[in-house]
Design a protein around this ligand. Structure first.
Ligand code: GAR
Length: 209
């Protein structure tokens, strides 16, 4: 059984979606760089081990990442799932978990890497928006995409409503991709991202590749 470690910094609604999903893997630990993260409460309620490693207490990114790395080894994690983990990772850490670490990002990558994606989509006037699950590589938000959820931006949307709508898509696609990996049905050699189904409706169809 695949052992999953989830890295968080905040609310943890994606963690909750993973906890609630009927995964064939097991979440063995939840690690936060912020002691106040509500995600820790969610983990404790689900009787999952937690660790708090505060980045502020370490002299460098590398030193912080090394302590995280040791914790993940202690949990014997096979798969690292970043779920609202708001720290840039060192090259060494990323290399150590290459091909075993996923992130979810609130945009249709490769568009809108970085922060404030919903407002930037509105500013540009895009008609489609969504979220992407991708492998983590040394370059920010640039690893191979595994699935995307897509929604149509409405005239009534603002950054808050878009964030809520994207979150709902995230909660659909992240557990699904994690389950593909846990059940061995993901083919990492495949390339490309395809939109399937009707983009006009929510919940939107999504696909692996
Ligand atoms: C999610 O929207 C996720 O896509 C985003 O943080 C939010 C965490 O929400 N991640 C990033 O922006 C990473 N670049 P959650 O704590 O409720 O799961």
């Amino acid at each position: 059984m695949i052992k999953i470690a989830v890295l968080v910094s905040g609310n943890g609604s994606n963690l909750q979606a993973l906890i609630d999903a009927d995964l064939s893997g097991k979440i063995v630990g939840v690690l936060s760089n912020k002691p106040e993260a509500y995600a820790l409460t969610r983990a404790q309620q689900a009787k999952i081990a937690t660790a708090v490693i505060e980045h502020k207490q370490y002299p460098s990114r590398e030193a912080f990442d090394e302590v995280m790395h040791q914790q993940l080894l202690d949990w014997e994690a096979d798969l690292i799932v970043l779920a609202g983990f708001m720290r840039i990772l060192s090259k060494k850490f990323v290399k150590a978990w290459e091909g075993k670490m996923l992130n979810i990002h609130p945009s249709l990558l490769p568009h809108y890497k970085g922060m404030h994606t919903h407002q930037r989509v509105l500013n540009t006037g895009d008609i489609l928006h969504g979220c992407t699950v991708h492998y983590v590589t040394a370059e920010l938000d640039a690893g191979q995409a595994l699935a995307q959820g897509v929604l149509r931006v409405s005239h009534q949307d603002n950054a808050t409503t878009l964030a809520e709508r994207v979150h709902k898509l995230e909660h659909l696609i992240y557990p699904q991709v994690v389950e593909w990996i846990c059940s061995g049905t993901l083919q990492p050699a495949d390339t490309g991202v395809y939109y399937h189904g009707k983009l006009m409706h929510e919940p939107v169809q999504f696909c692996k590749f």
